[in-house]
Design a protein around this ligand. Structure first.
Ligand SMILES: *Cc1c(COP(=O)(O)O)cnc(C)c1O
Length: 228
């Protein structure tokens, strides 16, 4: 089942990438593997997935450890991060998608220095300004970005968002456009290119790619419904 799901997603990603003038290889397909056991993660790997995203540091580390002999597997932290877990996030993950406040950037920078590492990060934007969601408010993004730019051991590579949920994927489009425009505004204001837009999940990744996503985070459409 996972293999068929992955192949179907590859096909859809290819079509959406071409619609936006890009190629399949330009898009990182990241499997959101929270709650999924190692066996299922391996199935996705065998089907061709190389990027995995975990929400919780501890759960992620146990999977990273279990699969450490596989060299071409990439682990991203995509869930909200508590400052007191920053140390382990820096040590184990290749990218962190959820920087959303100054104190967290301070701590990540400090821990990255200790690890002798330049940590790739994305800034998470709360595009729907929802109380229940992580992310910096759009109006505070410039200030946070400017602050993060002063952090020597952080490499800010782009923006991430989770739009308000809606059955209709077209409802996400305006938020994806917003994130793309915010990225362009930052690029112009600070005269520095940003590589990534991490946006799009199982139900709306095609729309996200059409609007410029470089990383899509897909859980249910690969693994089926999650059992918590
Ligand atoms: C779970 C999760 C996803 C994937 O969600 P699906 O709807 O299952 O595709 C993407 N991003 C984040 C941050 C998540 O927590």
């Amino acid at each position: 089942m996972i293999k068929e799901n992955v192949l179907k997603i590859f096909e859809k990603v290819k079509i959406s990438a071409e619609k936006s003038g890009r190629k399949f290889e330009d898009i990182i397909i990241l499997a959101a593997s929270k709650t999924q056991p190692i066996e299922k993660i391996l199935k996705a790997y065998e089907a061709g997935i190389r990027y995995f995203g975990e929400n919780k540091v501890q759960e992620g580390i146990s999977k990273i450890e279990a699969l450490k002999d596989i060299k071409d597997i990439h682990w991203h932290l995509i869930g909200g991060l508590q400052t007191n877990k920053a140390k382990y996030a820096v040590k184990y993950f290749e990218m962190i998608h959820s920087v959303d406040r100054k104190e967290l950037s301070d701590e990540l920078d400090k821990r990255a220095k200790k690890e002798n590492k330049i940590m790739p990060v994305l800034i998470e934007v709360n595009v729907g300004e929802e109380e229940t969601k992580y992310g910096v408010k759009p109006k505070d993004l410039f200030n946070l970005y400017e602050y993060c730019l002063t952090k020597e051991n952080l490499d800010i590579q782009g923006l991430m968002c989770i739009p308000p949920y809606s059955e209709n994927p077209e409802d996400s489009r305006k938020y994806f456009i917003m994130l793309r425009q915010l990225k362009e505004e930052l690029e112009n204001k600070f005269n520095k290119k940003l590589k990534h837009l991490s946006m799009g999940m199982s139900h709306d990744f095609e729309v996200a790619i059409e609007e410029g996503a470089t990383i899509v985070r897909i859980g249910t459409a690969i693994f089926g419904k999650r059992n918590y």
